[in-house]
Design a protein around this ligand. Structure first.
Ligand code: MG
Length: 241
């Protein structure tokens, strides 16, 4: 965990393991995500959004995201229907989408740099695993974890269990993801984080976090290898809770 006692402690650490996010990171699916959200919103009688509106409102938990778009609270029953509609619609898009352009190159670069790699997603596990294999990148990962139960909460608990399962200490791991939820999870467990601009947030929002923000996955690997665990000269404080 971040003890809030400065940066010098970390300068000798090196990252040895990369945890990759899937949606919006390795898998280039922003078009399908926005379309699926719009299909879900139709259930609520809420007008469609574009990618820019998505970026302005995206948050976790996802239920809160829909509430912001709808401008009203969403009941548990409505949430279940929305989640089902989203996944049904998204599923129809999957075959039309693919890996981020340099995903294979980035995975290869990480391997060549001596890093071990794993995949941690908030997408449904039973859909994720076959797709990863179908796309030919399964061999890069020591473990692939999606969501095994219906959900949509934050990623922190999921990341903790994932690192425990593979026996990797958080201090030697970096998470590469595209959302603030990825960063929150990494910081909560004490792992490094690199944010990839995959379309989920406005660029200035990503940059305001202070962690490295990259446009390609290959650049993410470079940033991980440089182990940018903290901004130089910036002392982070533990969240007040
Ligand atoms: Mg993502």
């Amino acid at each position: 965990m971040d003890r809030g006692d400065g940066d010098q402690r970390d300068t000798g650490d090196s990252v040895r393991h990369v945890v990759w996010d899937w949606n919006g990171t390795l898998f280039n699916d922003h078009v399908g995500v926005v379309a699926a959200v719009n299909d879900a919103l139709e259930l609520l009688g809420v007008a469609s959004i574009d990618a820019d509106t998505y970026r302005s409102h995206y948050t976790r938990p996802v239920q809160r995201f829909y509430e912001q778009l709808a401008g009203r609270p969403i009941t548990a029953e409505q949430w279940q229907a929305l989640d089902d509609a989203y996944h049904h619609s998204y599923h129809a898009w999957v075959e039309r989408m693919g890996l981020a352009p340099d995903a294979p190159a980035a995975l290869t670069a990480a391997e060549e740099a001596g890093l071990t790699q794993s995949l941690l997603s908030m997408w449904r596990h039973q859909d994720l695993v076959p797709l990863v294999e179908q796309l030919g990148i399964g061999r890069f990962f020591v473990r692939v974890d999606g969501l095994r139960v219906p959900g949509g909460g934050g990623k922190t608990e999921h990341l903790t269990a994932h690192l425990t399962a593979i026996g990797v200490e958080a201090a030697t791991a970096a998470l590469v993801g595209d959302t603030l939820d990825d960063l929150a999870a990494a910081e909560a467990v004490g792992a490094a984080c690199v944010l990839y601009d995959g379309g989920s947030h406005h660029r200035h929002v990503l940059e305001a976090t202070g962690v490295p923000v990259v446009d390609t996955l290959t650049a993410a690997v470079t940033a991980v290898v440089q182990a940018p665990r903290r901004r130089p000269g910036i002392v982070r404080r533990r969240p007040a809770r």
